[in-house]
Design a protein around this ligand. Structure first.
Ligand SMILES: [Zn+2]
Length: 235
């Protein structure tokens, strides 16, 4: 089964210093990908809307995809938002809240220099325009490596900060680098999230709402035949 949750990171062209380029989707390719999905009759929902539907119906809505972004990069505002708005597409962005307003290398790929994150003001603006914000923890530590108390702190701080900024409930979560275990899943549920996502197409069950797979769209999917192949299994 192809996950109806598409995972993006950066909507940008990689600069010359960037060696690991997979997470960079060129803006033009992103626009073509949205256009392709619309032509095929898909509509867009936020991850939170998908979760609400799932809780009621035990499955995700048909012909519906959720566009998600991990890490909360500034380019999600400068490059992705105008394209999302052009196509009327909803999206969910998973924030690393300690990075808000900063230019850091905390979550950049190896060999890549510091990169700018969304600020709290950016998040507020995008939220008011319909973009959903979820938690990707406070410090991007892999949850399978943390003690239970540390996991709870990561979840509590990030959820609270996002709710303070957006003035909306923060109900969605994405595991840093996709790593989770049973205690992480339990903590996510206990913290009040309705759905949690892994980063890569793992062996996790499609029906475990605290370990939902995503279809990762990478730079090589800028070639339309690759993108089409990747989303061919969406129903
Ligand atoms: Zn991440």
């Amino acid at each position: 089964m192809t996950s109806p949750f598409l995972l993006y990171h950066k909507i940008d062209l990689p600069t010359a210093d960037v060696k690991v380029r997979g997470a960079f989707t060129p803006p033009k390719a992103f626009a073509r990908q949205l256009e392709t999905l619309i032509k095929r009759g898909f509509t867009f929902a936020t991850a939170g809307e998908m979760a609400a539907y799932f809780l009621e119906n035990g499955e995700f809505p048909k012909r519906t995809v959720a566009i998600t972004f991990d890490d909360g990069w500034k380019d999600n505002l400068t490059n992705a938002l105008p394209i999302l708005q052009k196509f009327g597409a909803k999206a969910t962005i998973f924030l690393v809240t300690s990075c808000l307003g900063k230019t850091t290398d905390l979550v950049t790929a190896e060999g890549e220099g510091p990169r700018e994150h969304l600020s709290a003001a950016d998040v507020q603006k995008m939220s008011s325009e319909g973009v959903e914000f979820g938690s990707h923890t406070h410090t991007h530590h892999h949850l399978d490596k943390l003690e239970s108390a540390e996991i709870h702190t990561e979840l509590r701080i990030s959820k609270q900060l996002i709710e303070d900024i957006t003035q909306r409930p923060c109900t969605t979560f994405a595991y840093p680098a996709g790593f989770f275990n049973d205690s992480a899943k339990e903590a996510v549920e206990a913290a009040g999230f309705q759905i949690a996502f892994t980063t890569v197409y793992s062996g996790a069950s499609d029906l475990d709402r605290f370990a939902i797979n995503r279809t990762e769209i990478l730079r090589h999917d800028r070639f339309m035949f690759r993108f089409k192949r990747k989303v061919a299994g969406l129903s």
